[in-house]
Write a protein that binds this ligand. Structure first.
Ligand code: UD1
Length: 359
């Protein structure tokens, strides 16, 4: 069985690493995986570094599409992938998450009548117009196998009439977290970034809804400056946000800004932070895996279980003051226990077993 895995953005490299690693088990010798990198993310720190550090097999093809508006980027991936497909001769295509790379690959697979596996299926923000929501709804619709991380995700798909194709397997990000969490390079991260254990806020910010409106961006940065008056704030900056800050002429003050982090450093910092504030989907969960309270810098989250368990809260909408207060309060009062919500750490094995059984 030959699987063509299509990835393009940083979180997809992290997810794909888990499945590729599991495929090295002799039990899966009958499966060959070819990786296609769309080139959506191309900076060394957003791409190659992850392939190297996470020992992901080199892509068979890099479509090198780069950045662009949604239509142009999605269309460029489709055109290039369609050209590459006959040379790859896949039995099925596999995609992760909700990026433009996911959507483009799903459309190409569907038009080639190629069975499609979607990992991280069934997530919904119910926010119309959110790029990731559009991408995931369409991808789910076109998928043959819907691999869901949680019961909530499966319930969304069942409501859409997809009972038979739904498989709750757990979260591949939890597999990856468990694999890396105890490694020595993870433990040294706090010192490398000049932070003290348990005494800083770790922040990421990159969603279009937070970066593209200068007023919203200024509001969030001013909340972070207020947090920084109480505890150090470490902000590894996504290139998109860096560009948006420059465009808006903003000068964030009091915040320690660093380049995008390697995966091991991010996990180490997550484990040591007093609190996480983020608009990333993945980081909300990794904070939960690390028993670190999180404030989600959005008006809704797809990972509703983390909120129900008390480890995650949505940011207040009214003013920068209350956002800063929410972050500081979350840091001061972590819940006493943490349920197991994202599977048993072998989502990848379950996915491969289901694919093999369906031959
Ligand atoms: C994409 C995903 C988002 C995911 C995120 C993870 C879509 C619609 N969005 O957002 O769901 O959470 O990846 O990071 O697919 N840029 C660089 N170098 C890079 C990559 C991006 O400079 O290596 C800059 C470019 O200016 C580009 C901008 O970031 O225009 C946006 O990049 P893009 O890949 O379109 O979306 P992300 O914001 O990264």
């Amino acid at each position: 069985m030959r699987i063509v895995t299509v990835v393009g953005a940083r979180p997809q490299f992290i997810k794909a690493a888990t499945l590729s690693r599991r495929l090295r088990d002799p039990a899966y010798a009958g499966i060959e995986e070819l990786i296609v990198h769309t080139g959506q993310h191309y900076d060394e720190r957003m791409s190659e570094q992850f392939f190297r550090d996470l020992e992901i097999p080199a892509p068979r093809v890099n479509l090198e599409v780069g950045s662009g508006p949604h239509g142009a980027q999605t269309g460029a991936i489709m055109a290039a992938l369609e050209r590459a497909l006959p040379g790859l001769r896949p039995d099925l295509m596999l995609v992760y998450g909700d990026t433009n790379s996911t959507l483009a690959a799903a459309l190409v697979a569907a038009k080639a009548a190629l069975p499609l596996a979607h990992v991280e299926a069934g997530l919904r923000s119910f926010r119309p117009g959110m790029p990731e929501e559009v991408n995931r709804v369409v991808t789910d619709r076109l998928s043959t196998w819907l691999f869901c991380p949680t019961e909530t995700a499966a319930a969304h798909l069942r409501r859409e009439g997809r009972d038979e194709d739904v498989h709750i397997v757990g979260d591949v990000m939890f597999d990856g977290y468990r694999f890396h969490a105890g490694k020595p390079e993870v433990a040294g991260a706090v010192a490398r970034y000049g932070m003290l254990d348990g005494q800083f806020a770790l922040v990421t910010l990159h969603r279009a809804e937070n970066t593209d409106d200068p007023e919203r961006l200024a509001f969030l940065l001013s909340a972070l400056t207020q947090v920084a008056a109480v505890m150090p704030v470490l902000l590894p900056l996504h290139p998109r946000t860096q560009a948006a800050i420059a465009r808006a002429g903003l000068q964030p003050s009091g915040i320690t800004i660093v380049e995008p982090l390697p995966y091991a450093d991010m996990i180490g910092l997550l484990q040591s932070a007093a609190v996480v504030a983020t608009d990333s989907g993945g980081l909300q969960k990794e904070a939960f895996f690390s028993c670190t309270p999180c404030v989600t810098l959005r008006d809704e989250t797809e990972w509703v279980e983390t909120v129900a368990s008390g480890w995650n809260r949505l940011m207040p909408k009214d003013c920068a003051d209350s956002v800063a207060q929410a972050v500081l309060q979350a840091a001061a009062a972590p819940p006493s226990d943490r349920p197991l919500l994202y599977g048993d750490g072998d989502a990848a094995g379950k996915i491969l077993d289901i694919l093999l059984a369906s031959r």
